[in-house]
Design a protein around this ligand. Structure first.
Ligand SMILES: Nc1ncnc2c1ncn2[C@@H]1O[C@H](COP(=O)(O)OP(=O)(O)OP(=O)(O)O)[C@@H](O)[C@H]1O
Ligand SMILES: [Mg+2]
Length: 326
């Protein structure tokens, strides 16, 4: 791979086979056996890869989103994507795009998240998604495969995406869990971003100490499963393992309103900064900043660019102070 990067941005493609029309609202109190009259409704085109593309766009970049879509919810979904002017390739499917429902309970600050399974894809449909990805993969660019796989899609779908990316010398980032994550790791990817729970499930160990977390992430790098393992730890920040060692970051102090989309924002900022030619440590700070900035917004709303830039600067100042004190 070339040692120096061009000044222009490398292209980014994101893949979403199970997008969700995110419906979010708020209510004073959630109770059973009576009508719950909710506040205003917000609709967002959600789902891993599409959210990543939206975050890239919010931060001033651009990513092409390939996504499967169908039915009346799919039509609404498509319109929302168009309204946000996210460049996209919609692959039609017979089933209806799922909805996800998030309710913020204002009296307690609790959040209820109902995530539906999604429509079943036929073999012809998931192969059409893969063909759309193959056609659009940017040579020497970045490919982000993110989110759950709906029924009908084989567990090795992201591994297949990773293999197509490799054939074009593109770097593949995968945010998945369970068998989809395992298959992608077996194929070998540029980066995976498991949460603690996802990595613990994969390793078959609780990973409840910092040492065990670092060891697990480093083991995947040592095995050649991923060049980078970004282990995100919610309010405890994140760990980045690579062949050059381990980086750890705490989260900046903010008022947390909703963590929906934090993981996607993390991946979106990381891939954008890498595509812009930043070093991995700088991309990692942006990722933590964007994840945390997304927690400052209510419901399914993603991060705001000014919050991300302020938190990036805070984390960079922290890194400078730490460097001076050692
Ligand atoms: N409670 C929090 N306070 C501050 N920052 C947070 C919090 N939760 C998440 N973040 C930020 O977002 C990043 C990703 O969050 P997290 O580890 O929860 O990802 P995830 O489990 O993949 O989330 P998702 O539910 O979106 O899949 C964290 O590394 C951190 O920067
Ligand atoms: Mg996640």
């Amino acid at each position: 791979m070339a040692a120096s990067w061009p000044t222009s941005m490398r292209p980014i493609l994101t893949v979403t086979v199970n997008p969700a029309l995110d419906v979010s609202t708020s209510i004073d109190e959630v109770t059973n056996d009576q009508k719950l009259r909710c506040g205003p409704t917000r609709l967002d085109p959600g789902g891993g890869g599409v959210n990543v593309a939206r975050v890239v766009q919010r931060l001033g970049g651009q990513a092409l989103a390939v996504y499967a879509v169908g039915g009346p919810t799919g039509e609404a979904y498509r319109q929302l994507i168009e309204a946000e002017r996210v460049p996209a390739v919609a692959v039609p499917i017979a089933g209806s795009t799922r909805e996800s429902f998030t309710v913020d309970e204002s009296s307690t600050d609790k959040q209820y998240r109902f995530v539906l399974q999604g429509p079943e894809l036929s073999e012809a449909e998931w192969r059409a998604c893969l063909a759309a990805v193959e056609e659009a993969i940017p040579a020497a660019g970045y490919v982000v495969a993110s989110g759950s796989l709906p029924p009908g899609v084989p567990h090795d779908f992201y591994a297949r995406v990773a293999s197509l990316a490799r054939a074009r010398d593109a770097r593949c980032l995968v945010d998945a869990s369970g068998p989809a994550l395992a298959e992608a790791l077996a194929e070998g990817v540029f980066l995976v971003k498991p949460s603690r729970r996802e990595l613990a499930e994969h390793m078959g160990a609780p990973l409840d100490s910092e040492q065990s977390q670092v060891e697990a992430a480093s083991a995947l790098v040592a095995q050649g499963s991923a060049e980078f393992v970004a282990l995100s730890l919610g309010a405890a920040g994140a760990v980045l393992a690579s062949s050059t060692g381990i980086l750890r970051l705490p989260v900046p102090r903010v008022r947390v309103r909703s963590t929906v989309g934090a993981g996607d924002s993390f991946v979106g900022a990381f891939v954008l900064r890498m595509a812009q030619g930043h070093e991995p440590d700088s991309a990692f700070r942006s990722a933590v900043a964007a994840g945390t900035a997304t927690t400052m917004t209510p419901g399914t709303e993603l991060c705001h660019r000014d919050d991300v830039e302020r938190l990036e600067a805070e984390l960079a100042a922290l890194a400078d102070r730490t460097a001076q004190s050692v």
